[in-house]
Design a protein around this ligand. Sequence first.
Ligand code: SAM
Ligand code: SF4
Length: 336
Amino acid sequence: MSVGIRYDWQKEEIQAIYNTPLLELIYQAASTHRQYHDPTKIQVCKLISIKTGGCPEDCSYCAQSSRYKTEVTPQALLEKETVVSIAQQAKANGVSRVCMGAAWREVRDNSQFEHVLAMVKEVTALGLEVCCTLGMLTEAQAQRLSDAGLYAYNHNLDTSQDYYSTIITTRTYDDRLNTINNVRQTNVTVCSGGILGLGESVDDRLAMLQTLATLRPHPESVPINILSQVSGTPLEDQPDVPIWDVIRMIATTRLVIPAADVRLSAGRARLSQVEQALCFLVGANSIFSSDDGHMLTVTTPCPGYSADQEMLNLLGLETRPPFEGAKKVDREVVLG
Ligand code: SAM
Ligand code: SF4
């Protein structure tokens, strides 16, 4: 079986893949994974929250929104030296991609942006892939990040267009797609995915996947987050997502966006090694790891470097060096 890259996915086709008998789906996804990726390699990423909390947006899942009373204490933008030293330590622990996140609605053309550009330059100079997730971005700002050497920009769709306004009211799906399009006009690669467990239906998850799978070119990176319930947010009491939903979603992502890196991101901390192994088998090829046990914010847990290294050793997986990930598929054709 050989799966090609397509941009015309219909919702019914994606539903049929998702509903394939489970072991057959696992087999197909694992086969496609091997067709496009080295199945012995996993990319380890480190998220650095360069500006934590106090965000004006109302994303119902997020510990960093100023609308909700959570355990997060807002912090000013980190010093460049602090970020570089965290990145150096991460590199020494097998990390090949550093993602710098800021709890901003959008990037503003001010001294803080200059500061972030300087961080991007210095962390890139360490030989690491640098990704930023800073909220909405204009094309000119995306170009400046590109000029600073940025490798990837993360901007998640999070859920379907229909369900979006149930989760976030302070921006629209089109705002999200516009930023992704602005990034696409530059050399920076696109990282965009979603969250499972916001109270959405399986149809919503597949509609989001259809939006991602019909972007041309496809995002080079697709994070699949599992909601990490945060006390004080409107979604604090959401039930855990069943593991087979996670496996089906990763497998379906692998089959419809075959060349992308699929990142098993937030929520991994509650999965057993066996569950994670299945995620890797069906196509997840990246994890976030950390020395301090925290990932997106102080309330979103993430396994530690040594526990992850042990797991990778156990599974016979190696860490992937920087710049060996998904390439820009069909990019030349699109940018003409
Ligand atoms: N403010 C920026 C933005 O929203 O684009 C970037 C920061 S935000 C931490 C990046 C992503 O983390 C979100 O799009 C969401 O998918 C994920 N995320 C945040 N809180 C989460 C939670 N409690 N559980 C799972 N994923 C979460
Ligand atoms: Fe702000 Fe991003 Fe959290 Fe939304 S997900 S509240 S934009 S930090």
